[in-house]
Every structure is written in structure tokens, then in C-alpha cells.
Unconditional design. Structure first.
Ligand code: SF4
Ligand code: SF4
Lengths: 353, 528
């Protein structure tokens, strides 16, 4: 351990720790646009620069290690000024359509501009507008809004390891590409959606988000993915009783089985909930046709028939197939019905199928 | 799984067999790939297809479908011959070593090459890598279990883990990746013909008495009931009524043509589901259920983690929660005190199931708990068998090789396997009604090797007829490099070209799992 001061407060830090990590541990917020939790810093955005006494230039706190006796100022006039200029330059070729952007009020660039007190444009870029990439069925890319933070590239290659996104060029021509610069929909993208969750701005959004502007009625509920056995935890976003889109559960993400990831099924496979074909009434076969009936009629009919089969042929003439899609409580109920009420051990589910 | 998914980062070598992980368990697939890339974890992949994970593997063993016992035993033959086994572990924690060792003698690299098609030097390299890279974790999926010798395959995996001292240690283990969100929980809840909750045997009078007392009911017979794979063929015969909740056997069962005929003979078919599935269409009663996210309840994942899933919104008007429907039927059948609410059901579960006894919804809320969790202050169990096995010492089971029930022949020359795709799930009743997934893969298909496709004169997108002894389907060819010549792979999600019209309903004699993973087929170019 060694000690240093951050904003005149004395702080203990571990050898090799970055200034950013030490500051965050001490509860001092330094903004960043490019850092991804759990990954090595890239130093791409330079928003996290801080002033260190005795250093001529500003220092990127995300990659610079602490040293004993170091005196750091995270919010000095020079640091703030540098940050402000960087953000203003990012805004120079950023479209002004915040109101229509799916990330409005949930945008890290907006937040930064606000906290740095940016109220008017000082720079305007002359670059040509870039077209949207709408080729993917689930993800919309708006390169115009991209701040080249590289988070999407980092998660795609280092976290989900799908190796699709990369920087297409560096410097003034820099942009993000899929594979060898293919439209996303024609690339090897598997639609895990990790890049969208990583993007600090509206450059990568889920298509479903575009149809539903963030307003007070959008709610989030934590559910378990209904597909495979990984049991991913999903923050399900919904409005007025309709599913909209999914993000990986943010709460204690590192403790969840999916560690902040989802696959294409958990990500884009849940809108069956809204499907018109959902069954809405019990049906009973009458004269060869399935006809809608009331719940009472359906349950009376079902119980009556089960009782009749049991009376005529014994309990073992009845079989129960429970469900690997249902909850534990429901499976238990089915098991209790089979064994405790009908009195048969003919109960199974599709574990083998 | 004996161990937890996150341990992949702490293992020395991962051994993946019969699991197309990046398609069937994609998030765990990502964890695996990251462990290889970031932590230098070694990876051995055994699969007849060149699955995506092969790109990340140190060694790929391309066995013939259905020859896994030979592959796994061949590795063990080499490990034992070279003296790479964990002798202390074998002495202290296992029994039956001598018989087992003798049974491994016949699996010489030469014989294994003959049975599996794997070159001897590759097999040797894999044995060495697995035995000498520190902790070794085995991951498998239905490619191991869905065979007429599925139980032998599983035993062969367990043996490999045991002789290398990897069971009960962090970063090791024998880890079946469970295919369905709550297949673990359905088993834990006693939805099996031979056990009550928590695997308490149905043949135990004490266990039966405990449940009968709690339920105020009569114990059932002290004999094991019928499995799903026995109930369907017995339909109309021994079985007169079938109550199916949230399953779609007319797409998922082997030899669907036969299953269809059987179910038609029932006096009563009750189907409870969220859509009018293929099976619901032929039912006598259809009961509309609430889906996940429209109800609260617990789900147990592949690593035995019991997680709470919350209610986001109401089910469609007219649909009811499964638990409410079941209680309604139980009451009409005269059952008294049948639990009506999810909370009441949960209360009974924790009372009757030792592995769940220490759990409460409150404790599950943050990140669930891994069973066994016997007391309210127990932290859960990420790794099983740490100190001892449930039977004391682990039994090393002697094994012999058995060929699949059906091998290719002149009339049916192609080795056909079935399974899942990344974009779809099981019988497709949910994923095919999801817009993005449906647009990604709207139709069924069969993966063919370029060589076989050329011989048949078909290209990707052409229609082909696939024929086995049980039935035939017409579907689209997908010509891909990853399939070996002489093999084909058909995903089973598509009812209109259901791969399970083709599959073999030959069963494993012990656990009654069908042989979905290999049968003999003929493929023809169909009218376009
Ligand atoms: S698309 Fe988003 S995450 Fe990717 S570099 Fe641009 S701003 Fe960053
Ligand atoms: S999101 Fe994908 S990996 Fe996660 S549980 Fe769902 S299907 Fe499985």
C-alpha cells in the first residue's frame, strides 16, 4: 500500500493501481467515456485527464498508475477545461437531434456536456453526414453519433469474444466497422447486443428502442431468461403491459450467471409475449372442434374426465408431462397433483428430449 | 453441473464434448472463449462438426457420431498407460479401479481410431493435454446424453474426471450444460417417475410417508412410474389420459409420426400452454397459461442456482398462471388444502426438500443460491462432492463399446444428427414468434457437406428430401464446411419440416433417452 492525495484528501492505494481506480474507490468521480469495467484501459477518450502536481501535462487517470506522495487534482480548472474542449470537439459533428434520439436523457455525452456547463457550439465540423446502418434486424448503427470511445470494440472482442467490431481506420478518418467493413446485417454479428449496452451514446441502439421513446411509463423488471439453462438475468423493459427490449441485469452483474451478457435469444427472443396468437380462452373439443368455453366449464370438464378415467382404469392410466419451462413452484404443483391427488407416479418432463 | 460456470476462468484445461456451446449456451460460450483468450485456458473440443468453438481449441477431435465411449475410453487408456492418472485421488476417493482399468485395456489407440476416425497422435496429444494442464473441467450437453448408450457416455466422462482427480475441485468437475431454463428445477421438484422432490426415491416408504403426511393423501405405489418416452407410445393402451403442461411432443419427440398416431388414441389429452402448439391442436382440452414475466416464481439454472424470476405485467386477459390452473383441477378432484398461491407452494417445497430448505425468496433476490442450501445461514454450494461423494467413494464404472442403434448402410448412407441452432429454441413455439429471430432464420434446413451436396447436385437454398426408416421431410439444403462428408445435421425447431419425423426412437436401456444424435438417412434433391 502507498498513500497519495486526491483533491487534498489523503488516500491509500495499492501498488500498480490506476489513479482512476483509486479515486473511484475513494468516492471521487472522474468521468470517462472509454473505460469498460474489468478490461484494461485503452486511453481512447482522454476525458479522464487529471492534473498531477509537478507534471507539465495532464495525465490520463485510467491508465496512469499511482505513486507514493502523488498529489492529484481531478477537477482543477485545467482538467475541467481540457475535458470541456474534448467534449465540445465530440459535439462538433454530433447531430442536434437529442429529442428524437433513443438515448435522450440516458446519454453519457449529454450528461458530460451538462456537467461541464456546455451551452453553445464553439466548433462545427465540416465532415459529411454518414448514413445509418439499418441492415441488422435488431440493431441500428448511427455512425454520426459515434464518439469513437471504442467500448463496443472492446466488449465485442474481449468480453463476448465474437470478434466482429473493429476500428476501420485511425485518426481523422476513424470509424467503427463490422468484419471487413460490411453492413452489420451482412456481417458475422450474432446479435448478442453487448455493443449496444456498452455504447455511451445513441450510436448503437436496439431497433425496438426507436419505436418507444423513453418516458415515465417505461418500467424495468428483473426476470430470468426462459430459454437455455444458463439462466441469464434480464432487465426487461416494458410499457403498458407490453414487452419492449432486454438488457442484461445491471444489479450486481458480476454475481449473476451471465455477468452482464445476453445472447440473441434472451436479447431478441422475448417479444412472443406480445404475440397476437397468445391463447386467451380455454378450449374444449366439441363435435371435433376446439371451442372457447369459460374457465369453470373447462376445469369442470377436465377434472370430471380425469376422475372418470381414474375410476374406470385406475390412477396409472393417467400420465403427466410437466415442463422444463415452468417454475419450480408450478412443477411441484404438477407433481403433487399427479402423486398426491391422482395417485400415480407417471410423471415426467422433457429432460431427455 | 458439479461446478459453477464462472470457474471456467480458474481451470487449466476445458474439455468440451457433445456441446455446440456458442449456439446452445451462448453466454457460457462467451465465458469459455474469454477464458481461453484472456487466461490462457487450454481447450479440447470433441465434435463431429467443426463448430465455432473449434477456432479457439488447442485440439479438435472429430469423432464419428455415436462413438464417444470409444473416444473417452481411448483417452483414459493412454492416461493409464502413461501413468498420468491421479493415483492418490483414485486410492482415496474412488472404488472399482481394477475392474475399470481392465475394461479400458481394449481401447487401444488403434482400435479407437477405427471406431471414431480420430488419428492416434491426436488422441495422444489430447490425453496428455487434459492430464497435464492442471485442473480439468469437462462440459457436455445432449451430444453425450441423447444416444442409445447415453448413460455409458456420461459414465465415461465421469471416469475421465475421476482418474485425473478433477471431481470436487474448483475449476474441475463434470458439467452437463442443461438445455432448458428449468430442466434442473423440474428434476429437483420430482417431476420424474422415480423420485420425489430433492431426489428422494419413490421406492422409499419413509419418503412416501413424509409427503403423504404433509399432503394429507395416500402414498402412491412404491414403484417407479412411466417415463415420457414410455408414456407416449403407451397412449391409448395403458395410458388413457395425458396432461401436458408447456411441452410440445409433436415436434420434440423422436419419431413424431409414431407419436402422432399414439396421442390420437387417447381418451383425454389436456394441453396447457401459451400458444396453440402442434400438440395443443389435437388436444381435447386446451388451457391458456401465463408466460414467464407474467408471474413470479423460481427457476434453477444449470449450475443449480435457484433464481427468482419476477412478474413484469399481467398475462393476457383469459390466461391463468399454471399454479392456479392446477389448483383449480385439484380442488375439483376433491383435494383439500391444495396450495393455491406461489408462496404456499414454495413453502411446501422448502419444507419437503432438504437441498432447498435454507432458501427464502428474500435470500434469492440478489443473485440466487446454489443447492444444496440446507439451513437459513448456509451460503449455498458452488462445488459438489468437495469432501465426499453422496455414496461415499465414487465408483469407477467399467465400460464396453456399443455402436449406435442405427448405422449408415447402402440404402441410408448418411449419418444424420439433430440439435439446436443459435437463433431458435426447442420446438420453436416461442422463438419462431419472435420477430427478429424469425427474420434471421425463417425456415428449417439441413446442413450438408460440400462433397455430399455436389454429389446430390444441390446448392444452399435448394429443396431436398430427407428420408429415414421412420419418415421423410422436405427442407432446404444449407451447404457448409463444418459438416463432415457422409454426415448431415438438422435442427429440430421447425414443425413444418420436423426433423423428429426422421429421428430414431431407440432408447437408452437405463435412462430411456432417445437416440436423437445419430440415425441413418438418405437425402435426395426434391422438386424445386
Ligand atoms: S459505436 Fe458507441 S461504443 Fe462504439 S465507439 Fe462509437 S460511441 Fe463508442
Ligand atoms: S440469454 Fe441466451 S445464454 Fe442466456 S439464458 Fe437466455 S438463451 Fe441462454
Amino acid at each position: 500500500m502507498l498513500s497519495l492525495t486526491i483533491n487534498d484528501r489523503s488516500i491509500e492505494a495499492a501498488e500498480g493501481e490506476t489513479i482512476l481506480a483509486a479515486a473511484r474507490r475513494a468516492g471521487v468521480e472522474i468521468p470517462t467515456l472509454c473505460a469498460v469495467k474489468g478490461l484494461a484501459p485503452t486511453g481512447a477518450c482522454r476525458i479522464c485527464v487529471v492534473e498531477v502536481e509537478g507534471f507539465a501535462g495532464l495525465v490520463p487517470s485510467c491508465s496512469y498508475p499511482v505513486a507514493a506522495g502523488m498529489k492529484v487534482h481531478t477537477h482543477s480548472a485545467r482538467a475541467l477545461d481540457a475535458r470541456k474542449t474534448i467534449v465540445e470537439l465530440l459535439l462538433a459533428d454530433h447531430p442536434d437531434d437529442c429529442l428524437y434520439c433513443a438515448k435522450n436523457k440516458d446519454c453519457e455525452l449529454q450528461d458530460l456536456a451538462e456537467s461541464l456547463g456546455i451551452r453553445k457550439r464553439r466548433y462545427r465540423s465540416s465532415s459529411q453526414p454518414v448514413r445509418l446502418d439499418v441492415s441488422s434486424p435488431g440493431i441500428v448503427r448511427d455512425p454520426q453519433k459515434c464518439v469513437l470511445c471504442g467500448r463496443c470494440v472492446a466488449v465485442c472482442n474481449q468480453v463476448v469474444v465474437n470478434d466482429v467490431l473493429d476500428f476501420g481506420a485511425r485518426g481523422a478518418k476513424a470509424r467503427i466497422i463490422c468484419d471487413a467493413d460490411r453492413p452489420m446485417g451482412l456481417s458475422t454479428c450474432v446479435l448478442c447486443g453487448a455493443c449496444v449496452e456498452a455504447c455511451p451514446v445513441g450510436a448503437l441502439v436496439f431497433k425496438e428502442q426507436l419505436n418507444c421513446m423513453p418516458d415515465g411509463r417505461v418500467q424495468t423488471t428483473r426476470v430470468t431468461c426462459p430459454y437455455c439453462g444458463v439462466g441469464c438475468q434480464i432487465d426487461m423493459h416494458h410499457k403498458d403491459g407490453k414487452y419492449i427490449y432486454s438488457t442484461a441485469t445491471a444489479e450486481a452483474a458480476e454475481l449473476q450467471p451471465n455477468q452482464g451478457m445476453l445472447c440473441v435469444k434472451g436479447r431478441f427472443g422475448l417479444d412472443f409475449l406480445n404475440h397476437d396468437g397468445r391463447l386467451k380462452s380455454p378450449l374444449v373439443r366439441k363435435n371435433g372442434q376446439l371451442e372457447p368455453v369459460s374457465w369453470d366449464e373447462a376445469l369442470d370438464y377436465t377434472a370430471g374426465k380425469l376422475a372418470a378415467v381414474k375410476a374406470a382404469h385406475g390412477p396409472d392410466a393417467i400420465g403427466f408431462l410437466s415442463s422444463a419451462k415452468a417454475t419450480n413452484e408450478e412443477n411441484y404443483a404438477m407433481m403433487r397433483l399427479a402423486r398426491g391427488v391422482i395417485g400415480t407416479n407417471n410423471i415426467d418432463h422433457c429432460a431427455r428430449l | 453441473m458439479t461446478n459453477s460456470m464462472a470457474e471456467i476462468a480458474k481451470t487449466g484445461v476445458a474439455f468440451v464434448i457433445g456441446s455446440n456451446t456458442t449456439w446452445s449456451h451462448p453466454v457460457f460460450g462467451s465465458m469459455l472463449k474469454r477464458a481461453v483468450r484472456e487466461k490462457g485456458v487450454k481447450l479440447i473440443v470433441c465434435d463431429p462438426r467443426r463448430i465455432d468453438l473449434v477456432e479457439f481449441a488447442d485440439i479438435w477431435l472429430q469423432q464419428r457420431n455415436g462413438s464417444d465411449v470409444a473416444l473417452l475410453s481411448g483417452l483414459q487408456h493412454i492416461i493409464l498407460k502413461e501413468g498420468w492418472e491421479a493415483a492418490d485421488y483414485i486410492r482415496e476417493r474412488t472404488e472399482g479401479f481394477e475392474d475399470y482399468r481392465k475394461s479400458m485395456e481394449e481401447f487401444t489407440p488403434a482400435r479407437v481410431e477405427e471406431l471414431t476416425g480420430i488419428p492416434q497422435d491426436k488422441l495422444y496429444a489430447a490425453a496428455k493435454l487434459f492430464a497435464q494442464s492442471g485442473r480439468g473441467a469437462i462440459y457436455y450437453c445432449m451430444g453425450i446424453t441423447q444416444h442409445s448408450h447415453g448413460v455409458d457416455n456420461v459414465k465415461a466422462c465421469a471416469n475421465l474426471s475421476l482418474i485425473t482427480g478433477n471431481l470436487g475441485v474448483e475449476g474441475g468437475g463434470v458439467n452437463p450444460l442443461r438445455g432448458q431454463s428449468n430442466v434442473q428445477g423440474a428434476c429437483d421438484m420430482g417431476c420424474l417417475p422415480n423420485v420425489l422432490t430433492g431426489y428422494q426415491p419413490i421406492t422409499s416408504p419413509e419418503a412416501q410417508a413424509k409427503f403423504a403426511k404433509r399432503w394429507g393423501s395416500q402414498p402412491t405405489a412404491l414403484k417407479v412410474g412411466l417415463t415420457a418416452t414410455a408414456m407416449v407410445p403407451a397412449a391409448g393402451d395403458k395410458i388413457k389420459a395425458l396432461y401436458i403442461m408447456g411441452e410440445n411432443p409433436l415436434v420434440s419427440d423422436p419419431n413424431v409420426n409414431h407419436a402422432e398416431k399414439c396421442l390420437a388414441k387417447l381418451d383425454l389429452l389436456i394441453v396447457q400452454d401459451i400458444f396453440l402448439t402442434e400438440t395443443a391442436k389435437i388436444a381435447d382440452v386446451v388451457l391458456p397459461a401465463a408466460a414467464f414475466a407474467e408471474k413470479i416464481g423460481t427457476i434453477t439454472n444449470t449450475e443449480r442456482r435457484v433464481q427468482l424470476s419476477n412478474k413484469a405485467f399481467e398475462p393476457p386477459a383469459g390466461a391463468r398462471e399454471d399454479s392456479e390452473i392446477i389448483a383449480g383441477i385439484a380442488e375439483r378432484l376433491g383435494a383439500e388444502g391444495f396450495p393455491r398461491t406461489v408462496a404456499d407452494l414454495w413453502q411446501e417445497i422448502v419444507e419437503l426438500t432438504p437441498q432447498y430448505a435454507g432458501m427464502t425468496y428474500e435470500r434469492l433476490r440478489l443473485c440466487g443460491l446454489q443447492w444444496p442450501c440446507p439451513t437459513p445461514d448456509h451460503p449455498g454450494t458452488p462445488i459438489l462432492h468437495k469432501e465426499k461423494f453422496s455414496r461415499g467413494k465414487a465408483l469407477l464404472a467399467p465400460l464396453t463399446y456399443r455402436a449406435p442403434a442405427e448405422e449408415p448402410c447402402e440404402e441410408y448412407p448418411i449419418r444424420l444428427s439433430t440439435g439446436r441452432m443459435l437463433q431458435h429454441y426447442h420446438t420453436g413455439s416461442m422463438t419462431r414468434r419472435a420477430k427478429v429471430l424469425d427474420s434471421l432464420v425463417p425456415t428449417g434446413q439441413i446442413e450438408l457437406s460440400p462433397a455430399d451436396a455436389t454429389r446430390l447436385g444441390v446448392r444452399s437454398g435448394n429443396r431436398v428430401r430427407v428420408i429415414t426408416r421412420r419418415g421423410s421431410i422436405v427442407t432446404f439444403a444449407n451447404v457448409v464446411e463444418r459438416v463432415a462428408e457422409g454426415s448431415a445435421f438438422a435442427p429440430f425447431h421447425f414443425h413444418e419440416s420436423a426433423a423428429n419425423r426422421l429421428t430414431n426412437d431407440a432408447l437408452d436401456p437405463v435412462c430411456a433417452i432417445p437416440e436423437y444424435k445419430v440415425c441413418a438417412a438418405r437425402i435426395e434433391r426434391a422438386e424445386q
